[in-house]
Each structure stands twice: as structure tokens, then as C-alpha cells.
Design a protein around this ligand. Structure first.
Ligand SMILES: NC(=O)c1ccc[n+]([C@@H]2O[C@H](COP(=O)([O-])OP(=O)(O)OC[C@H]3O[C@@H](n4cnc5c(N)ncnc54)[C@H](O)[C@@H]3O)[C@@H](O)[C@H]2O)c1
Length: 405
């Protein structure tokens, strides 16, 4: 609808309402009950607010983007760009001045994560499943499409395998056709339940090929294999990032990962559930550090796999206590029996990233946690106000129990 027509229409309705109220007010005033001016103001105020909202929705403002010359501006495809990591990567590349196409099937991602770019001339959002071939012209491909949390990837293991195998083949095929460079978002899960600590890129891993996590772990391992087959046989330029646990705003609520679990439990005054004695260790990186690492790797000449993670290691119990303190929550910490196959230790060796990319995480844990807490607090407020938020899908694990991911 034409903006001017719409605003005129609303004003006309407002005037009608005011006049109707005015006539009523006069008779009330004659009765000496109420002052006309204050009643008019009362009637007009909500309509004025409505008009303001409408005007705002017509003048969409985007975050500022840099100007890049034709020579420096790249056409970049991000598969899984409406997910947690992908949406932050979209923000960075858009603000750096590139043209970004997000491809997502919205299995775990959502439009809301990238809605602030919709309509921007440098941005495009395509609802597409990477298991189907895609034909577009791009210079770089960040291939992130894949469910990432255990409840999500175990929900439909066959689909997880197809996404990581057929989906990766399709993206490598696209990279080959258009001469694009492809970065695969691989994972620390390729190391499985590691026998070496910390894990460096030369470690081949300790993965159960028929366990409940195999659809994801083996899916990512074969995706890496495919990248190097395409590199050797077809000359496709590939980059492989082995991503360790990452957290931050836009993480899924209730997807069973330890940071989101603890924050939500603490915010809602529920017990923070620790499986086992809480002595298992984890190392978490803040999402902006990961995004900077992904961009640095894509634009480097390092074609072998690179770990991206924060080596600062804490026990699960320490995380629970810290989050409780930062939220200011009175929740108790509840110890439940240990989950099966829960890795006891996980910590990246990031010497290669430091040496070859000049990259290392810079966001302190508490600072990152405070940002994530702020985000989850707002999400809970929105839900309480009944605004539209897709309800987090319930844990979709058919068997087994939540683990510390
Ligand atoms: N977040 C982490 O801690 C972490 C750790 C290791 C690796 N990774 C990897 O990073 C990538 C992004 O993870 P995330 O945490 O942002 O997860 P996410 O679930 O938020 O994002 C994944 C995105 O991929 C989309 N997707 C899934 N299947 C698809 C398909 N067949 N076609 C098109 N889109 C599809 C989802 O809808 C979602 O938007 C994943 O590949 C994941 O394996 C993440």
C-alpha cells in the first residue's frame, strides 16, 4: 500500500475518532464531569503512537555499511546464514561492504536473525535446502549449513548426514563451476572423545562411527574429505575451520548446550543442572571472535584445517557458579547422574591459528557471558509479553540424555 495513502487514512480515522469523542466530551463537559482537552488527548495519544510505529516501519534503517570499490567488493554466499554463527558472520560481511547471499532452509535458523538486512541492496535471503543443487554466481562460499547442537542433529540423523554429505558436495560443485573459494565450518567433534589434550590439527580423532553422534561427527569428517578431494582433483580452493564450542546472542534457547541451559535456568530461578560431578572441562569462545577467525581464514592462504576456539578451560561447575553470579540468581546447583559418552576434556590447541592467521580470541569470558545473558533476558521478556517468537523446539533427542555441549 502507498505510504502516503496509508498515513492519510490513519489520520482520517484518527480525526473521526477524535470528533466522535469530542462530541461526547462536550456533553460530558456540559454535565461538568470531565475536561474536554484531557479527554481528547487521551483519545488521540494511542493513535499518535500508532502513526509513529507505521512511519518507522516505512523508513527501514540498516546498520552502517562500508563502501567498497567494485574491485574489493565480493559476492559472498553463506549457507546456514540465518543460524546463530551465520547471522553474525552476515553482519560482519555486510558491514564490511560485501554483497551477501544467505541460503537457509530454516531448520534451526530463523528470519528474525537477519531481518535487519532484508531489503538492503547488498543483501539477499534465499529459502533453499543445500541438499538440492544451487546455481548462483559468487566469489566466496562460507558453508555453515548443518544443525549444530546434539538434540537438533540427532532428531533426524539421515537428514544430518545428507546435509553434511550431499549438501557439501553441492556447494563444492558450485565452487568448482564458478571458481569460488569455499570455507567449510567443520567442528571439534571430528576429534570425537579425544585421547590427546589439548587437541591440535594433526590429531586424527577418536570417533565412534556407529554411535548416536556419528551422523554429525562422521558427516563433518567426510565433508572435510570431500573438500580435499575437490581441491586435489578439481583445483577448488578450500579452507577448513574446526570450530570449538561457541556462545553468544542468537544461540537457540533450550537447545541443550551448556551455556544457554545454565543462563536460562539461572534467569528463571530454576536449578542449574550439572551432569556428573561437574569436573568435566570445556572451553567456550565468544561468537565475534569466531567470526573474525572465519574471515581471517577465508582470506588467508592456509588450505589445511585450522582450529578456532578459546583455549581458556573451565570445569562445568565453574561455569555454573560464574553464570549464577553474573545473573545474580538464587538458583541452586543440582547434580544429576553423568551422561553417557560425555567427553571429559575439550580444549583447542590454537597455535596454528595464531601463527598462520595472526588470530586469537580477545573477548573475555565474563564480557561475552554478560552479552549472552542480556540477550536471553530480553528473549524471555518478549515471550512473557506474548510477542511473536517461534517457541523453541523441545529437545528432539529420541534416546539418551542431555550432555554438556
Ligand atoms: N556453535 C558452535 O558451537 C559450533 C561448533 C562447531 C561447529 N559449528 C558449525 O558451525 C555451523 C553453524 O552452527 P550454528 O551454531 O550457527 O548452528 P545453527 O543451527 O544456529 O545454524 C545452522 C544453520 O544451518 C541451517 N541449515 C541446516 N540444515 C540445512 C540445509 N539442509 N539447508 C540449508 N540450511 C540448513 C539451519 O537452518 C541454521 O540456520 C554448523 O555447520 C556447525 O556444525 C558450530
Amino acid at each position: 500500500m502507498n505510504r502516503k495513502f496509508f498515513v492519510d487514512y490513519v489520520l482520517c480515522v484518527a480525526r473521526g475518532a477524535v470528533w466522535g469523542n469530542f462530541v461526547n466530551m462536550r456533553s460530558l463537559q456540559e454535565n461538568g464531569d470531565l475536561k474536554v482537552e484531557s479527554k481528547i488527548e487521551e483519545a488521540v495519544a494511542p493513535l499518535r503512537e500508532k502513526i509513529k510505529d507505521l512511519e518507522k516501519s516505512f523508513t527501514q534503517k540498516y546498520p552502517p555499511v562500508k563502501f567498497l570499490s567494485e574491485k574489493d567488493r565480493k559476492r559472498i554466499l553463506i549457507t546456514g546464514g540465518a543460524g546463530f554463527v551465520g547471522s553474525h558472520l552476515t553482519d560482519k560481511l555486510m558491514m564490511d561492504g560485501h554483497e551477501v547471499t544467505v541460503v537457509d532452509n530454516f531448520f534451526t535458523g530463523r528470519k528474525r536473525n537477519v531481518e535487519h538486512w532484508i531489503g538492503h541492496e547488498n543483501f539477499e535471503l534465499i529459502n533453499h535446502d543445500v541438499v538440492e543443487p544451487l546455481y548462483i554466481e559468487v566469489d566466496q562460499i562460507y558453508h555453515l549449513a548443518s544443525p549444530a547442537s546434539p538434540p537438533n542433529y540427532m532428531y533426524n540423523p539421515i537428514k544430518t548426514l545428507k546435509t553434511n554429505t550431499i549438501g557439501t558436495l553441492n556447494m563444492l560443485g558450485l565452487a568448482k563451476r564458478v571458481g569460488a573459494r569455499l570455507l567449510l565450518a567443520s567442528t571439534s567433534e571430528v576429534y570425537g572423545d579425544p585421547e590427546v589434550h589439548p587437541q591440535n590439527e594433526d590429531y586424527w580423532g577418536h570417533v565412534n562411527p556407529i554411535g548416536p553422534r556419528a551422523c554429525y561427527d562422521e558427516g563433518k569428517r567426510v565433508a572435510e574429505t570431500m573438500c580435499y578431494a575437490y581441491m586435489k582433483q578439481e583445483g577448488v580452493e578450500v579452507r577448513v575451520a574446526r570450530i570449538f564450542n561457541t556462545f553468544g546472542p542468537r544461540m537457540h534457547m533450550n537447545d541443550g548446550r551448556v551455556v544457554s541451559n545454565f543462563i536460562l535456568q539461572a534467569l528463571q530461578g530454576e536449578p542449574l543442572t550439572v551432569y556428573g560431578p561437574g569436573t568435566q572441562t570445556r572451553a567456550f569462545q565468544y561468537v565475534s571472535d569466531l567470526v573474525n577467525g572465519l574471515v581471517a581464514l577465508m582470506n588467508s592462504n592456509v588450505s589445511s584445517p585450522v582450529n578456532l576456539g578459546n583455549p581458556e578451560e573451565h570445569t562445568i561447575l565453574e561455569f555454573a557458579q560464574l553464570i549464577k553470579k553474573l545473573v545474580g540468581s538464587g538458583s541452586e546447583i543440582q547434580f544429576l547422574s553423568e551422561a553417557q559418552d560425555d567427553p571429559q576434556k575439550r580444549k583447542p590447541d590454537i597455535r596454528k591459528a595464531k601463527l598462520m592467521l595472526g588470530w586469537e580470541p580477545v573477548v573475555p569470558l565474563e564480557e561475552g557471558l554478560n552479552k549472552a545473558i542480556h540477550y536471553f533476558r530480553k528473549e524471555l521478556e518478549y515471550q512473557a509479553n506474548n510477542q511473536y517468537i517461534p517457541k523453541p523446539k523441545p529437545a528432539r533427542m529420541k534416546k539418551g540424555r542431555t550432555r554438556h555441549n
